[in-house]
Design a protein around this ligand. Structure first.
Ligand SMILES: *Cc1c(COP(=O)(O)O)cnc(C)c1O
Length: 449
């Protein structure tokens, strides 16, 4: 079977996520036959460098031998058992190890990021309710935030393209300004931009705190907003305000957890501890769906009672899946055994030197970097820049999926300098060829077969 066959069959039978399917009449679906390291290979043998870690989930490359082996070993003893009333070795060990890493001693599991958001929102509300504070039923989230797309999570997500259609279904949340460092005015620093956002939040809390259960944030980087990075001082002040006004702090590290920003968890760069920590995406190294919400003894104790209804009566069928937990344990082993955070720091500074040419381009603005994330905003006359650029990059054998006119790299940590150089050369060539095509002439761009 060739690419063309799989593409056609997928186009007819599979409803692809986050997609206007009609666009695939022009833009090809890319069928992938196999993957190893940073490389995806299609059915005709063409290779693509996975510059976005397959939607931010893959940490150590595809097919990593240690993660594969851990799953195979687990498969020989136990694939899955229900977690209500039962338990097993991988889920116990994973919970203990996540607790050691975060100081948050109680781990509740789901299967994807959005369900982790739902769990954190429900737990926060319910814990206040159990303490007799039922009026605390609203949530504050940041402008341009993204916390997933189920109905509860979408209500705290601020991406109109995803949420506007469903407005009638969503419980209105409270939106506060983002600390996005790009908003700093001339002469201002990222810390100044953060301070403005803190002031706005302080005003809202002073008014509304009695009705607010929690503030939910993506620590240090608002991913879906286009890798909007902000100063850690925002998190310091956010923690202070949450304490002062008795509001929970939910850290959504679904995208940035597990080393992506340079520390194991992004909130650690602000020396704070959240009340809830949502994890998913990288947790299994991109092998299996798993999410986790970690929380404090204080929250846990608010549920611990003789009365059943005071317990957290929430579940997903695959909660704590043993195979997924064994993959997550292998991920933690790799971090510890291979000193990944230190290795990544060295790699990142080498990659930064490679990016000089890109940074200096006149059509590249707000070049930014944190840990193993790089992003910049492109000045382009093409209104559909993101799909044109995606397509150009595919032609160069690279998978990069811009968000609007923001191009970002979020590669697997195992990427080499030579592979990074390939990605950068393809980026420069793609920017050049798109700049050379007049606006409105996009249809002349040949679409890959
Ligand atoms: C991806 C993401 C989610 C949602 O996770 P899914 O597994 O796609 O449901 C939530 N929050 C953040 C910050 C994310 O990046």
């Amino acid at each position: 079977m060739s690419n063309q066959d799989w593409l056609q069959r997928s186009f007819s039978a599979v409803w692809h996520p986050c997609t206007q399917m009609k666009r695939h009449e022009q833009l090809p679906i890319v069928p992938i036959a196999s993957a190893e390291g940073v490389w995806l290979t299609d059915f005709d043998g063409k290779r693509y460098l996975d510059g976005v870690s397959s939607w931010w989930v893959n940490l150590f490359g595809h097919g990593h031998p240690k993660i594969k082996q851990a799953i195979k070993d687990q498969l020989d003893s136990l694939e899955h058992v229900m977690l209500a009333g039962f338990t097993h070795q991988p889920v116990v060990e994973l919970s203990e190890r996540l607790s050691l890493l975060t100081g948050l001693g109680h781990a509740f599991y789901g299967s994807d990021g959005a369900s982790a958001t739902e769990i954190a929102l429900k737990m926060s509300f319910h814990s206040w309710h159990n303490r007799g504070q039922s009026s605390k039923c609203r949530f504050i989230s940041l402008a341009n935030s993204y916390h997933g797309e189920t109905v509860g999570a979408l209500a705290v997500t601020d991406v109109p393209l995803f949420s506007a259609t469903y407005a009638d279904l969503l419980r209105p949340g409270i939106r506060v300004p983002s600390p996005d460092a790009r908003q700093a005015k001339p002469g201002e620093s990222a810390a100044d931009a953060a301070r403005h956002a803190v002031n706005a939040l302080a005003e809202v809390l002073a008014q509304e705190a009695a009705q607010v259960a929690a503030v939910i944030v993506e620590p240090l980087v608002q991913g879906a907003a286009g890798m909007a990075m902000y100063d850690a001082s925002y998190l310091v002040e956010l923690r202070r305000l949450c304490d002062r006004y008795q509001v929970h702090l939910i850290a959504d590290e679904i995208a940035v957890g597990f080393g992506r920003t340079g520390s194991m968890f992004a909130y650690q760069q602000a020396n704070i501890v959240p009340d809830f920590l949502c994890l998913s995406k990288g947790i299994t190294g991109g092998f299996l769906p798993l999410s986790c919400v970690l929380t404090t003894d204080e929250v846990y104790q608010a549920f611990y009672h003789d009365e059943i209804g005071r317990g957290f009566l929430h579940s997903h069928s695959y909660t704590g899946n043993a195979l997924a937990c064994s993959a997550a344990l292998a991920v933690l082993d790799i971090f510890a055994e291979e000193d990944i955070l230190a290795v990544n720091a060295g790699k990142a500074s080498a990659f930064n030197r490679l990016m000089t040419q890109l940074k200096q381009r006149s059509d590249v603005h707000h070049f930014r970097h944190l840990g193993m994330i790089w992003a910049f905003d492109v000045e382009s006359h093409h209104h559909n820049f993101s799909s044109l650029f995606f397509n150009e990059m595919l032609g160069h054998g690279c998978l990069v999926r811009p968000i609007g006119k923001t191009v970002y790299f979020m590669p697997p940590y195992t990427i080499t300098s030579a592979e990074m150089q390939l990605l950068l050369s393809a980026t420069v060539a793609s920017l050049d060829s798109l700049a050379a095509i007049p606006a409105g002439a996009e249809s002349e761009i040949t679409v890959l077969p």
